[in-house]
Design a binder for this molecule. Structure first.
Ligand code: FES
Length: 106
């Protein structure tokens, strides 16, 4: 048994972790239950999450610990949610500042 295996001898890993479905900008996304929303979004190659209110530049996660506010998104209609300190849950509906834009523009 290696350190990556539990008592049952089965390997741990993302393939065996419980999955949750959330909706991001209208797209259904499957992710490991309970991980941070920022991790899910970056994993989906959604780096730009909000726009700078002054110049309109796209911004994305920077600090990853709730300090910079660059990862703010709208969750279930509530704006200003920091994705890096928010865990996902089933049915979560997320809107980024890039909704409606082509993936290459994000
Ligand atoms: S990445 Fe800095 S607050 Fe979320």
């Amino acid at each position: 048994m290696t350190t990556a295996q539990g008592r049952t001898g089965r390997r741990a890993g993302p393939g065996r972790a419980p999955q949750t479905e959330i909706v991001v900008d209208g797209d259904s996304v499957q992710a490991v239950d309970g991980i941070s929303l920022a991790a899910v979004l970056v994993g989906e190659r959604r780096w730009s999450l909000r726009r700078n209110p002054v110049g309109g530049d796209l911004r994305g996660p920077f600090c990853g610990m709730g300090v910079c506010f660059e990862c703010e998104v709208t969750v279930d209609g509530r704006p200003g949610v920091r994705a890096c300190i928010t865990k996902i849950y089933a049915g979560m509906r997320v809107e980024t500042a890039t909704e409606g834009e082509a993936p290459h523009d994000r």
